[in-house]
Write a protein that binds this ligand. Structure first.
Ligand SMILES: [Mn+2]
Length: 304
């Protein structure tokens, strides 16, 4: 795999070597599956650029998560055809999962997720998928295509029935019927707000290994404003970090993707929030093996 010339976070050179990296960021700039706003193709580059402003140190974990090894692969040339695009992402994530690395794919639109999940299925005989999203994405087809971003959870449910959807506040009657018929585990934004959804039980019902797909439209616009199909009234920043921390504490998360940032040049906040979110996620994943910053290492860095 080729390393990215300007990797995520720009860690010191030893720490972004792909061979020793435990976490690997994959920029995947595809937007052939969108139905409304454009900008997803520019998102990975904007996130990499914004990541240079993110501090190495995490004040909650009291550690520098990049020290586990945080690499970034070069942005691949992505075919327009959705089937070929999915096959390419599957090959990329296959290679990382085969080396027991923790892949974090930065989209791109949500249609890319089924390529990643396909390879997760190859390495984990049983796994669940947690979708954090404003939309249920359960339509079988949208605008004639089974590969639209509006159908991604329908495709994923063909690979595993163990799914959990959180943050939902926009869906069609066709999708609601499907949720009822197939008894799909789904927490609407309102149920979340009112505390009417038993998240602990829903997590316990999933297999130990899970994949997380995070559509940034799950957030409130005060956190991420630039997204392809925006919906008002989403998750707050700290609220989402607390939910993610709870997931990482109870599940073995094998991979994550963060999709649907639709980068707009006038909005630097959204790309920064996504970059910081990705670094937080990597910190949660490796929280158990991170060394806390000690007084001696602080004085050592002050001397250098
Ligand atoms: Mn969405």
């Amino acid at each position: 795999m080729t390393p990215h010339p300007t990797p995520f976070l720009m860690p010191p050179e030893d720490f972004c070597d792909l061979k020793r990296a435990q976490a690997v960021v994959v920029p995947f700039a595809y937007e052939g599956g969108v139905s409304y706003g454009l900008g997803a193709a520019g998102a990975p580059q904007a996130v990499l650029a914004a990541s240079r402003q993110v501090e190495y140190y995490d004040e909650v974990l009291d550690a520098e998560p990049y020290r586990v090894g945080l690499g970034t692969v070069a942005a691949p040339l992505i075919p327009d055809d959705p089937v070929q695009m999915l096959a390419l992402l599957e090959t990329l994530t296959d290679e990382l999962l085969a080396q027991s690395k923790f892949p974090v794919v930065v989209g791109g639109d949500h249609s890319i997720t089924s390529g990643f999940v396909q390879s997760v299925g190859r390495y984990c005989p049983e796994f669940g998928v947690i979708q954090l999203d404003a939309h249920a994405d359960l339509r079988d087809r949208y605008e004639g295509s089974p590969h639209s971003h509006a159908c991604v959870m329908a495709r994923i449910r063909e690979m595993t029935s163990h799914t959990l959807q959180i943050g939902i506040r926009s869906m069609a009657a066709e999708e609601a019927r499907r949720v009822k018929r197939d008894n799909i585990s789904l927490c609407t934004m309102r149920q979340w707000r009112l505390g009417q959804f038993d998240i602990c039980r829903a997590l316990a019902e999933l297999p130990p290994k899970v994949f997380i797909t995070l559509d940034v439209d799950v957030f409130d616009w005060s956190v991420v404003a630039s997204t392809g199909t925006p919906e008002p009234g989403g998750f707050g920043w700290q609220e989402m970090l607390d939910l993610l921390m709870a997931i990482f504490e109870t599940k073995q998360v094998v991979g994550v993707d963060v999709v649907e940032l639709a980068h707009q040049p006038h909005d630097i906040n959204s790309a920064y929030a996504v970059a910081k979110l990705i670094y937080k996620i990597i910190g949660f994943k490796f929280a158990g093996c991170l060394q806390k910053v000690s007084i001696s290492s602080l004085s050592a860095s002050a001397d250098s």
